[in-house]
Design a binder for this molecule. Sequence first.
Ligand SMILES: NC(=O)c1ccc[n+]([C@@H]2O[C@H](COP(=O)([O-])OP(=O)(O)OC[C@H]3O[C@@H](n4cnc5c(N)ncnc54)[C@H](OP(=O)(O)O)[C@@H]3O)[C@@H](O)[C@H]2O)c1
Length: 352
Amino acid sequence: MAGSVKNIVVGGGTGNIGRYLVSSLVKSGHNVSVISRRAVVLNKIMKTTRSSSSHFLPQSAISWKDIDREGLPLDTDVVINLSGRSIGNPGPWTNSLKKSIESSRIDTTKRLAKAIEKSEIPPKVFISASAVGAYACDPDKIYTESDVPVIKGRETFFTDLCKKWEESSAVKEECNTRVVNPRFGVVLAYDTPPLTTLMPQTALTGATEVGTGDQPFPWVHMDDAVSAVNFMIENESVSGPVNVVGPQIVDNSQFTKALADACMSCVLKNMPLPAFVVRLLYGTERADNILLDSPKVQPQTLLDMGFQFQHQTIDTALKHVVSVLMESKDSGFDYSALKWALERNKKRKNAQ
Ligand SMILES: NC(=O)c1ccc[n+]([C@@H]2O[C@H](COP(=O)([O-])OP(=O)(O)OC[C@H]3O[C@@H](n4cnc5c(N)ncnc54)[C@H](OP(=O)(O)O)[C@@H]3O)[C@@H](O)[C@H]2O)c1
């Protein structure tokens, strides 16, 4: 299968990581279909814009109902699931939101696992997203894939979610489908969260540390996240959980400094975002699970298997993100204001 043209189905292929991944897969010559709740609208848009668009668009969009009714398209080689209601938006994790966060990941994954099991010729690989939230936040530990993610009694909503999410991607052994669970860290690109909020704020006024700033910030550049998924498709010996984080472990304070440097701005040292404000904005559980604490994670499997990271350090990764934004044709008020602020900062820096 390595290197050949493949038929690839991507659940959640319309999302932050999905857009970049689908574009790279189509660019490489693969036939890609996305599964989306908005399949009908997407098909209409793609039909009218395909000839004029400079983007690498998927061949088609399929609805989840189509998957339930008709199964996977014939001759599907690779299935990927990136679906999931956002975890990081402001506001507390209410019970109904938690249910929706879970079902948007677990139900979609189960539906794909079922479709794989029903296929006459099952796909070779099923890549089903997970997150570094699978690991507990033991400050003395650097987690690799061979560690028990969380010891009994230390479970949280986030660790439980990731456990159930990964378990739901299991398919019957007789399918011979390789299952991989990329445990993504925070994926960094100029047009995806959290940088869509943090970059303008940093470029315009300065960067703020969150809480004490000591909490780890597991990150990965979008280019490397996309390459890692490509690596999982092509490399038949990869299976199980795979940490998709950059090779440099940093804390929130180092991330904040690197972002300020990349935006040629400063860290507002006297104005960190205090933990109590983060808890007020996000609710205690979400704040404590995502923003005020995170695990230290190493991409051991990728490193052991010879995966080459394009962006090795948070400094170079964020500088690259800024340079891609400056070269992009993206306009609109948000991007114009951000580009203006970055140009202004550059001039100020050069004048010093
Ligand atoms: N981005 C990161 O930094 C990061 C870090 C760790 C883990 N992850 C995980 O990796 C996966 C992809 O991340 P992402 O940032 O690309 O995700 P995203 O853009 O927030 O969402 C991906 C797609 O999920 C679908 N979706 C949203 N809400 C849904 C719902 N209630 N029910 C069913 N589908 C829903 C949407 O597709 P349609 O509207 O087309 O149906 C959306 O385009 C997610 O599961 C995420 O948790 C991401």
